[in-house]
Design a protein around this ligand. Structure first.
Ligand code: HXC
Length: 481
C-alpha cells in the first residue's frame, strides 16, 4: 500500500465527516443499529453502527444528509441494517429537500447476509433514482469500493475519487481471477486512472481526502439545495485574460483559456477533465451567477463530437437543467467524428442524447460560436433552432453545413472533374456565399455578432435578463448516460 493510501486509511470515518461538515454540525442517527445475522459466526461480530455513520450536518451553513462507510468495520460491507441507515438518510433528504453526500469505502454487499444485503442495495438504488433531479447527490470514493458501493455512486450526480488508495469495480480482483483467470491489480481494474480517462465514471479526482472534501463543498456551491430552491449566488470576480484565437482557422488552442477569459476568475470547475477531452464541461460563474459551461475543445480530436463527448455533454446538460443552472455553450467544431467505429458503436443513438438534452432544457441557454459550427454539431451545440435563448457569434465565425473543402468537392464534383484548376475559385465562392459570418445573423440563426472582448458582458447581461425566466421546478431526473 502506498503511503498516501496508508494515510487515508488512518483517517477514521468520524474524522472524515469532521473534515467535510461545518464544525460541530453533525447530528448522528442510527448509531446503535446492529445486524441480526447469526450464520457464519456473525453473532460474535455485531458492531454497533453496522459499519456506517449516518445523519445530517451543514456544509457552508447549508443542511445536507450525510453517510460515511467505515471500512474498519466488516470491510464497510453493506448488510440489511447498514442499508436501512443509508436509505433513511436519503428519505430524510428527500423530505427536507436537501443534498446528500456519501463518503464511500465498502466492499459491497455483505456476503454473509445474502439476499438481505442485495435487497438493501436495491432499496438504496431506488431511493437514489427517486431523488435524482430533485436534490443534488454527491459520492466520494475514499477506499476500495465494489459492487453496490459503485453502482449507487453511478446513480448520483457527481463522483469524486481519491487518486491513490481508492478503487471502484463491480467485482474485485479475486472474483475476476476466479471467473476469467485474469491477474489484475485493484489499480488496473478500477483505479482513478481507469475511471478518469477511460470509463468516465469519475468527475473529479483528489490527491487527499481533505481535497476531496473541498471539491465536494465547491460542487455544492454551484447547486441549489433542491430543484425547488434558488441557485446560490457568489461574489462576482474579475475574469482572466481572454486569449486571441489563432489566425489560422486550423490551428488548435485550449478552449479552457477562453472559458477563463469569460467567467469569474478562478470559478471554472472542470468535470471529467480527462475523459472525452474533445468536449469540456464544468461549472463556473459569471458575475457571481452559477452557469454550466459546455465547450468544444479544438485541442482534442479538433473539437469533433463523438460518442463519449455526446454522453458526457448530455448528462451534464441534464444535470444543469434539473437544478436550474443556466447553460453557456462555446462552439468551435467541424462536426461529428466520422467513421465505421463511431457508426457501429452507435453514434446515432448516443449522439441523440446530447441533441435530446439540449432540446428539452428549460434553463436559460446561451451560445457563443467562437470559430466553426458545422453540420449536425452546429445544431447539437445549443443552436437557436434547438431552443437557445440567445446565440452570439464572433466576427470570424463560420456556420455552415460543412467546411469549404468538403462542400466544394461534393457540390462541384462534375465541374471539378472537367477542370480541377477551378477548385480555388469555387472555394472562394462558397466561402463568400455560404460561410460569411454576417449570414447567420441576417437570418437570425445568430442574434448578434459580438467582439470577443464583449462576450462576458453580453453573456452577463443576457443571464440577468433571463434570470426571471419561468421554468418548471421539477424537470426530470439525471439518468446515468
Ligand atoms: C463481507 C467483506 C466484503 C463483503 C470485504 N469484506 N468485502 N465482508 N462482504 N462484500 C471484509 C473482508 O473479508 C475483510 O474481513 C475486510 O472486509 C477487509 O477486506 P480486505 O479484503 O482485507 O480489504 P482490501 O484488501 O482492502 O480489499 C478490499 C476489497 C476486497 C477489494 C473490496 O475486500 C474485495 O474484493 N471484496 C469483495 C468485493 C466484491 O466482489 N463485492 C461484490 C459484492 S456484490 P476481515 O475479517 O478479514 O478483516 C454487490 C452486489 C450489488 O455488492 C449489486 C450491484 C448491481
Amino acid at each position: 500500500m502506498t503511503s498516501v493510501a496508508q494515510q487515508i486509511r488512518d483517517i477514521d470515518v468520524r474524522r472524515r465527516i469532521d473534515m467535510l461538515a461545518d464544525p460541530g454540525s453533525f447530528l448522528e442517527f442510527g448509531s446503535r443499529a446492529r445486524h441480526r445475522v447469526t450464520a457464519f459466526g456473525m453473532d460474535a461480530k455485531r458492531p454497533v453502527g453496522d459499519g456506517v455513520v449516518t445523519g445530517n450536518a451543514t456544509i457552508g451553513g447549508r443542511p445536507v444528509g450525510l453517510y460515511a462507510q467505515d471500512s474498519a468495520v466488516l470491510g464497510g460491507s453493506l448488510g440489511e441494517m447498514h442499508a436501512a441507515k443509508i436509505v433513511s438518510v436519503l428519505r430524510q433528504a428527500e423530505r427536507a429537500r436537501i443534498p446528500v453526500v456519501g463518503l464511500l469505502d465498502s466492499g459491497g454487499a455483505r456476503i454473509q447476509e445474502g439476499l438481505a444485503a442485495l435487497d438493501g442495495y436495491g432499496a438504496i438504488f431506488r431511493a437514489n433514482a427517486q431523488l435524482s433531479g430533485r436534490v443534488p447527490q454527491l459520492s466520494l470514493i475514499l477506499g476500495s469500493c465494489a459492487g453496490g458501493a459503485v453502482y449507487s455512486p453511478a446513480l448520483t450526480d457527481v463522483v469524486i475519487m481519491l487518486r491513490d488508495g481508492a478503487h471502484m469495480f463491480l467485482t474485485g480482483p479475486q472474483v475476476v481471477k476466479a471467473v476469467t483467470f485474469e491477474d489484475v491489480t485493484p489499480g488496473e481494474l478500477g483505479g482513478s486512472e481507469v475511471h478518469t480517462r477511460q470509463s468516465g465514471v469519475v468527475h473529479l479526482v483528489a490527491d487527499h481526502p481533505a481535497e476531496a472534501m473541498d471539491l465536494a463543498r465547491r460542487v455544492l456551491s454551484y447547486l441549489p439545495d433542491s430543484c425547488w430552491s434558488e441557485v446560490p449566488m457568489a461574489e462576482p470576480a474579475a475574469p482572466g485574460v481572454l486569449p486571441a484565437l489563432p489566425d489560422n482557422p486550423r490551428t488548435a488552442y485550449d478552449v479552457r483559456q477562453v472559458i477563463d477569459g469569460i467567467v469569474d476568475g478562478g470559478s471554472f470547475l472542470e468535470l471529467q477533465a480527462r475523459f472525452a477531452r474533445n468536449l469540456v464541461i464544468g461549472f463556473a460563474r459569471i458575475e457571481g451567477r452559477a452557469v454550466g459551461v459546455v465547450a468544444n475543445q479544438p485541442q482534442a480530436l479538433a473539437g469533433a463530437l463523438d460518442i463519449s463527448a455526446s454522453e458526457k455533454g448530455a448528462r451534464f446538460v441534464r444535470l444543469c437543467d434539473a437544478f436550474g443552472v443556466p447553460l453557456v455553450t462555446l462552439v468551435d467544431t467541424s462536426g461529428f467524428l466520422p467513421g465505421t467505429k463511431q457508426e457501429s458503436n452507435g453514434v446515432i443513438r448516443k449522439g441523440a442524447k446530447l441533441l435530446y438534452a439540449f432540446s428539452e432544457a428549460t434553463v436559460p441557454r446561451l451560445t457563443v460560436v467562437l470559430r466553426k459550427a458545422f453540420g449536425g454539431a452546429y445544431i447539437v451545440m445549443n443552436s437557436k433552432s434547438l431552443g437557445a435563448d440567445a446565440v452570439f457569434c464572433w466576427p470570424r465565425a463560420q456556420m455552415a453545413v460543412m467546411g469549404v473543402e468538403g462542400a466544394v468537392d461534393i457540390v462541384y464534383r462534375r465541374e471539378l472533374g472537367r477542370d480541377p484548376s477551378a477548385r480555388q475559385d469555387l472555394m472562394a465562392d462558397y466561402e463568400r456565399e455560404v460561410m460569411a459570418s454576417h449570414l447567420p445573423a441576417e437570418r437570425l440563426s445568430a442574434d448578434e455578432i459580438i467582439e470577443p472582448w464583449q462576450t462576458r458582458s453580453v453573456l452577463a447581461a443576457t443571464l440577468r435578463t433571463l434570470a426571471s425566466a419561468v421554468r418548471p421546478r421539477f424537470r426530470h431526473d439525471n439518468l446515468p448516460q
